[in-house]
Design a protein around this ligand. Structure first.
Ligand SMILES: [Cu+2]
Length: 171
């Protein structure tokens, strides 16, 4: 019986403040570890996906934009050709173009990830446009996104949900 007591929750964790501190420490660890790619990276055939996140509107069902970093460690280029998610009916690849004060988005069919290079999908640049999103996105921490590469095939990532206008989503 005593052996099992070791795995019980220590009483100080039951106090909310301490528990929050512990959660904060874990969150901080994840935030530091994430860019290193050790925990969030999804890779296949030399394609590494990291730092996936999706910016959602507070209004349910509105379009959302998703971003991530795609690294190709191969000696040949690959192409992102399709994207799907259970969280959206349709996903397109978009490029933001800014002329003066006006910025528009254009749809692109595929995205080349040249050999031994990294492409970051980021706000104001290339992004994934999620249309007809699920109504409960705001209550989720992450959503699953499936990306299909011409050579590497399908790769799945977990994208962190961030509410538009909020600086942080980790609580
Ligand atoms: Cu767009």
């Amino acid at each position: 019986m005593e052996k099992f007591a070791v795995f019980g929750i220590p009483s100080f964790f039951k106090r909310t403040a301490c528990f929050r501190t512990a959660l904060g420490a874990i969150t901080l660890f994840l935030m530091i570890a994430a860019p290193l790619g050790s925990l969030t990276a999804r890779s296949k055939q030399g394609i590494f996906l990291t730092d996936a996140w999706v910016q959602i509107s507070p209004i349910p069902g509105r379009p959302a934009a998703a971003y991530l970093v795609i690294e190709n460690r191969h000696i040949w280029s690959d192409f992102l050709v399709a994207v799907e998610s259970p969280a959206a009916k349709r996903i397109s690849l978009h490029r933001t173009r800014s002329t003066g004060n006006v910025s528009t988005m254009e749809k692109i069919d595929h995205l080349e990830i040249p050999a031994r290079s990294t492409t970051a999908l980021a706000p104001g640049k290339i992004h994934l446009m999620l249309m007809k999103t699920a109504d409960d996105l705001a209550s989720r921490k992450t959503i699953r996104i499936h990306l299909r590469f011409e050579k590497a095939g399908w790769i799945e990532v977990e994208a962190t949900v961030r509410l538009m206008g909020s600086r942080e989503t980790t609580d």
